[in-house]
Design a protein around this ligand. Structure first.
Ligand code: FES
Length: 163
């Protein structure tokens, strides 16, 4: 459920946009941050705020790979599988992360902390292979350095955030 404060913040964002639709992705990102993922309730709230149908919002939410319509871990790891990263070791990087987390790409670790997802180019091709953890981009990765990054990320997840 939205707080009055959050609802007002979203209404202000929409009012500042040229059209409500222009603010849609922004609104969805805020709601995702609030709920942890885009629940049906979040989609319906976004639709009501934006003056769109839930189906129109759902179409947007399922188009963008950084919007999640299923539950995810506290940190989502996006591993780039586009050409530069693939050529520079993206595949073994993904395999190493999957093995270390005990999951397959697309799944969430048993402790609920990490979801591992392949993704298209992250715009960091010059530093391939690349992954993004939460909102932070990491390049020139070796499998071992990627695991060190996850270890550090683990320590940043607060007790309140933990499932
Ligand atoms: S190909 Fe991986 S960041 Fe562009």
């Amino acid at each position: 459920m939205l707080t009055d404060e959050l609802r007002q913040e979203l209404q202000a964002r929409i009012a500042a946009a040229i059209t409500p639709r222009e603010a849609a992705v922004d609104v969805l990102k805020v709601l995702q941050s609030h709920y942890g993922w885009l629940t049906d309730e979040a989609v319906e709230e976004a639709a009501a705020l934006l003056g769109l149908s839930p189906l129109q919002v759902d179409e947007l939410a399922t188009f963008y790979e950084m919007l999640y319509r299923r539950p995810v871990g506290k940190r989502v790891i996006h591993v780039c599988d586009s050409i530069s990263c693939w050529a520079m070791g993206g595949e073994p990087l993904m395999a190493h992360l999957a093995k270390s987390l005990g999951i397959q790409p697309g799944e969430t670790s048993a402790d609920g902390l990490f979801t591992l997802l392949p993704c298209c180019c992250l715009g960091n091709c010059g530093e391939a292979p690349t992954m993004m953890v939460g909102d932070t981009l990491y390049g020139r990765l070796q499998p071992e350095t990627a695991l060190e990054i996850l270890q550090k990320e683990r320590t940043t997840i607060t007790k309140e955030e933990r499932p």
